[in-house]
Design a protein around this ligand. Sequence first.
Ligand SMILES: NC(=O)c1ccc[n+]([C@@H]2O[C@H](COP(=O)([O-])OP(=O)(O)OC[C@H]3O[C@@H](n4cnc5c(N)ncnc54)[C@H](OP(=O)(O)O)[C@@H]3O)[C@@H](O)[C@H]2O)c1
Length: 336
Amino acid sequence: MRAYELREAIGIDGVVLNPDRPTPGARPGEILVRVRAASLNYRDLMIARGVYRSGARPNVIPLSDGAGDVVAIGPGVTRFKVGDRVAGAFFPGWLGGAPSAEAISRALGGSVDGMLAETVVLHETGAIGIPEHMSFEEGATLPCAGLTAWNAVAEMATVRAGETVLLLGTGGVSLFALQFAKLHGACAILTSSSNDKLSLAKTLGADQTINYRETPEWHKKVAELTGGRGVDLVVEVGGAATLERSIRSTRVGGAIALIGVVGGTGQIDPRLLMSRAARLQGIFVGSLEMFAAMNAALTQAKLRPVIDRVFPFQEAREAYAYLDSGRHIGKVVIAV
Ligand SMILES: NC(=O)c1ccc[n+]([C@@H]2O[C@H](COP(=O)([O-])OP(=O)(O)OC[C@H]3O[C@@H](n4cnc5c(N)ncnc54)[C@H](OP(=O)(O)O)[C@@H]3O)[C@@H](O)[C@H]2O)c1
């Protein structure tokens, strides 16, 4: 089968197509999945560059996120049958409850093989059905970006109607978080470096938008938009570069879901968190149980992920480069 491999963590050039990788077989408890689509996350760029904290196994098949159909099942499999449409779980060992070191020790596209291949093997508890109304391309965006946003908005913060959520940028996680915030009846304030992207975000439900390039002191604008109160939740993807402003944007007793590091470096005064009695909570994707809850909500609301562009399999490296350019809004997908 054809599969990409991360031969060397030297950047996008280290992701190499192997036209003849042995096709795996399903052992007891495993399912064989013909992958139809995979999607990229910022993490995949970091792994390719060798700057992701937990690194990657040599020659690993990259990408945590993908969806396809079950083409064979191993002995003893009860959760799936041939023909089912499934996505892989980012953490195949985190089934439910609070995360443990053991549960998050294995992740697709890092310590175990990911989804950028024609065929993959998954344990039956490391896969989940994708919503019926979604295409494979759409289903392929759920395991990391979708679930992380769901965890922040619906599990960690339990956003309620009438609350206000702040979203940073228009990448995969932030646009899912926008959709989930609106689904829960919240008011959404969204920032971006691009006015075109902000216009698009408005059509997706953003109530207020701020260009963080034109308004570098955007926390002041957030304060103004919330009548001086601040937001109930910040979905923080910028990391150290944006965290201080995110804390300043949060209401007393509010919460910040710490997810990403796209903004680079910066300094934070920890007293700001204390003086707001605010909660800063790290989010690490989510469990299979949360994935099922998210799928139920997506199905009920017939929500569709925002896909910017779909690249053919042979142009996977161009897809990486496109994500790296930051020109995208929402998700970048690779058809397999
Ligand atoms: N902890 C977890 O479980 C988890 C899961 C998924 C992702 N992540 C992390 O979350 C981050 C986002 O991931 P992603 O896949 O959504 O990335 P992505 O699709 O590449 O989106 C990145 C977006 O971030 C925005 N951005 C960049 N610098 C910014 C800044 N200084 N202020 C505000 N926004 C800024 C840009 O939006 P504009 O172009 O609109 O300006 C850019 O498009 C990454 O650091 C990733 O590693 C963590």
